[in-house]
Ligand binder design. Structure first.
Ligand SMILES: [Zn+2]
Length: 303
């Protein structure tokens, strides 16, 4: 099991993770599913997926993330693909492992992504609670069985669903990343998709379940600092940041330099695990790698 990343984090080092996988697949011409977003790429565009993982390793990522954000059983069921559950997830982890075997010349860890994405992106469409809980447990156990080094929970925004996914991930015994998504609404920090919901009580409740790392992820750059500060009011362990840079890869998406600036400020606030989310590509990770000495210098021991 590759745990060097965790020892480095705990020792205060800066550890780089990859950029967006779904948005990068789309940028390379892979069609998205209306229900499972990028989840079918492992079956239908495996070579592109493997190339993206490899490009992130070449760009300097110490951790790469599997393309399993939207492949829980109940999401696949809504797409009529329930029988593909095990195959899609095993292929997705396999693509990351194959890229690592082909490309890595240093330790690279693989984080198995899990989310609380509702079927068809519709929050009214979650299955019964027992079914939902079983689906998270099934996916977490399968990712662990495939040999991922970490379970990365992504875009958690509430306690109701997030606690089920986080508990399921913790049951595997693997290190677990709690990834929350926020944005600014007026002067408040709110859940990314639910502007009526303050993020901090969600963070406080989920942190109480005992993750290994707390990540501010898929969050616009202008909300990252406030989200880190909110996390730090409830958490003294390792912190990470991988912001959203625009999920449509829009022409006005923040540049690699803008991500580096955000990373420098985040490291100053105590974050040590650094990467990008939707809209960032290998060029963004390469810019972080190039800025490594500046990132190390930006660490603030009292943050
Ligand atoms: Zn994202």
């Amino acid at each position: 099991m590759e745990r060097g990343w965790l020892e480095r984090l705990q020792g205060g080092d800066v550890v780089l993770i990859d950029g967006g996988t779904g948005s990068e697949l789309r940028r390379r011409g892979v069609p998205m599913s209306p229900e499972a977003w990028s989840g079918l790429a492992a079956r239908d565009n495996e070579s592109t997926l493997r190339a993206i993982h490899g490009d992130y390793i070449r760009a300097g990522a110490d951790v790469i993330t599997t393309n399993t954000f939207g492949t829980s059983r109940f999401v696949l069921q809504s797409a009529g693909l329930e029988e593909q559950f095990a195959r899609l997830n095993r292929l997705a982890v396999g693509a990351a492992q194959a890229a690592r075997a082909d490309v890595a010349d240093r330790p690279v860890a693989i984080a198995g992504s899990m989310s609380c994405l509702p079927p068809g992106f519709d929050p009214e469409s979650y299955p019964a609670r027992a079914v939902e809980r079983a689906a998270y447990r099934e996916l977490a156990a399968l990712l662990a069985d495939c040999g991922v080094d970490i379970i990365a929970l992504e875009m958690l925004q509430d306690v109701e669903h997030g606690s089920l996914a986080l508990s399921a991930a913790l049951e595997t015994g693997l290190p677990v990343w709690l990834g929350v998504s926020a944005r600014r609404r007026d002067s408040r920090l709110v859940a990314y998709d639910y502007p009526e919901r303050r993020l901090e009580p969600v963070l406080e409740a989920l942190i109480g379940l005992g993750p290994t790392v707390v990540n501010v992820m898929h969050t616009p750059i202008d909300a990252v600092g406030a989200a880190l500060d909110a996390a730090k009011r409830h958490w003294r362990g390792p912190l990470g940041v991988y912001p959203e840079l625009g999920s449509d890869c829009a022409a006005d998406a923040p540049t690699p330099e803008a991500l580096v600036e955000c990373a420098l400020e985040s490291v100053g606030r105590g974050a040590r695990l650094i990467g990008g989310c939707c809209g960032s590509g290998p060029e963004h990770v390469a810019a972080l790698t190039e800025a490594r000495a500046r990132l190390l210098a930006a660490r603030n021991p009292s943050a």
